[in-house]
Design a protein around this ligand. Structure first.
Ligand SMILES: [Zn+2]
Length: 119
């Protein structure tokens, strides 16, 4: 007796598609286990990568802290603070632009770090 690995409904012997949800039937127990575990972890990975990116954009280094990369996150915080201080002293009118640029780079790096961590 086999069960659909998508909806869990019983599948009649010899059927190649689930009568309930239409998903393709995977017959061997080994190949059933793989898609199920992928389904469980894939959305979490995607969510974590996205969250790290968003956090990195909001606060430089925060995305790295979320990923547990304390050293790299710390460097981002220190780097961003130094940049902020420099901009405040030299050209305060560029604060918003600079903040956006720092956020984008921090987010990009957090995303790269997250993809490496979860690959
Ligand atoms: Zn099904």
């Amino acid at each position: 007796m086999s069960f659909c690995n998508v909806c869990g409904k019983e599948i009649p012997p010899g059927a190649s598609f689930c009568p309930s949800c239409g998903a393709q039937v995977v017959t061997s127990a080994e190949s059933v286990a793989v898609p199920v575990s992928q389904q469980d972890t894939m959305p979490l990975k995607k969510k974590s990568v996205m969250l790290a990116t968003v956090l990195g954009f909001l606060v430089a280094g925060l995305g790295h802290f979320y990923l547990g990369k304390w050293k790299r996150g710390g460097l981002w915080v220190i780097g961003a603070l130094i940049l902020w201080a420099m901009i405040v002293y030299t050209s305060p009118s560029y604060l918003l632009t600079a903040g956006l640029i720092i956020g984008i780079f921090s987010a990009f790096d957090a995303r790269k770090t997250a993809l490496k961590k979860y690959s």
